[in-house]
Design a protein around this ligand. Structure first.
Ligand code: ACO
Length: 295
């Protein structure tokens, strides 16, 4: 019998790109039974991300993915869960028509690719998985980080962008999206259009404030599908999570610029970059520990 825990059956690639069809690879095409499991995985991921960001409701779900023209990049570790695979995290992107202010305060209409949701399982954060996923998306979409807009990025995400892509100086906006210095440079004229200044905020922001209001309970252990219930790996990971993230999980606040003192990384989008290599070494030792604990 097919178990929902068998991520390697649901998702054939290390990184799967999902859209409205909810197809996780060759094996799941035309398999509504498997697609049902994929929908459950996406819903669970969306809930975990919402909790991590202190949102009252998920902004990612299977039903939303089926109705919106968004794409979801899903990263799995094929070795986890006794070789059945575990989900490490996801990144959701989509194009949005936005009314933005350029650095002179002029309203501009644009439809950039936006980062809408991004989540790495708590116990696996700061191991380079986020960078791997983000770099994959950049190559897949052939886009540079500075050319994208970010939907109310969390402090962790701002730190991530500053570290890996040197994105530190944002251009102040009146909505929840953040764009960085350089966004308005080198864009096709067709993509940018001067807009009348009197645009109400409601037309700009795709999500209501209600959707992103704070929830009070912080998630402490990764739920299925990140690790199966009651697994020793899950316990060990949770211990690891606390030591890795202690004191570094700031509350969800309005977007702000990452501190200029953040360690600056190189503008390097290659998955084979030294940054990626360093992260791989760090996480492989951690994963090995987890797997040993698990056995
Ligand atoms: N505290 C502060 N910074 C952090 C943290 C943390 N707990 N975790 C990751 N970062 C940033 C830091 O810059 C870190 O570098 P450092 O360890 O040298 O300080 C860097 O990210 C590490 O890079 P990766 O290991 O590649 O990133 P990771 O795999 O942790 O993924 C992500 C980053 C997705 C932001 C992850 O931390 C996460 O899921 N956070 C919780 C959910 C979240 O905030 N998502 C973003 C929502 S906003 C949006 O989607 C538009």
């Amino acid at each position: 019998m097919e178990s929902p825990c068998d991520m390697n059956q649901l998702f054939s690639e290390r990184i799967s790109v999902l859209d409205q069809d909810l197809v996780g690879g060759r094996r799941t095409a035309g398999r509504p039974d498997l697609q049902h499991h994929i929908a459950s995985v996406i819903d669970e991921l969306g809930r975990a991300s919402a909790k991590a960001q202190q949102l009252s409701a998920p902004i990612t779900s299977a039903s939303k993915l089926q109705t919106q023209r968004h794409q979801l990049y899903l990263l799995k570790d094929a070795e986890g869960c006794r070789g059945r695979g575990i989900i490490v995290g996801f990144l959701k992107v989509g194009c949005k028509k936005l009314f933005l202010l350029d650095r002179h305060g002029v309203h501009v209409e644009a439809e950039p690719l936006c980062i809408l949701d991004f989540y790495i399982s708590e116990n696996l954060q700061r191991h380079g998985y986020g960078l791997e996923l983000f770099d994959f998306m950049l190559k897949h979409k052939n886009v540079e980080p500075v050319a994208m807009a970010y939907d109310r990025p969390s402090p962790k995400f701002l730190s991530f962008l500053a570290k890996h892509y040197c994105l530190m100086e944002n251009v102040p906006q009146v909505n929840n999206f953040v764009v960085f210095e350089g966004f308005f440079l080198n864009r096709a004229v067709a993509q940018l259009r001067k807009a009348p200044p009197k645009k109400p905020d409601g037309e700009i922001k795709p999500y209501s404030l209600m959707e992103r209001e704070a929830v009070h309970r912080e998630q402490r252990t990764p739920p299925w599908p990140f690790a199966p219930p009651h697994s020793p790996q899950r316990w060990a990971s949770s211990q690891c999570s606390q030591s890795l993230s202690v004191g570094s999980s700031p509350c969800r606040t309005r977007p702000r610029v990452a501190p200029s003192s953040s360690p600056g990384g190189k503008w390097d989008q290659s998955p084979q970059s030294p940054a990626v290599d360093r992260c791989r070494a760090k996480r492989s030792s951690s994963l090995n520990r987890s797997h040993l604990d698990f056995q």
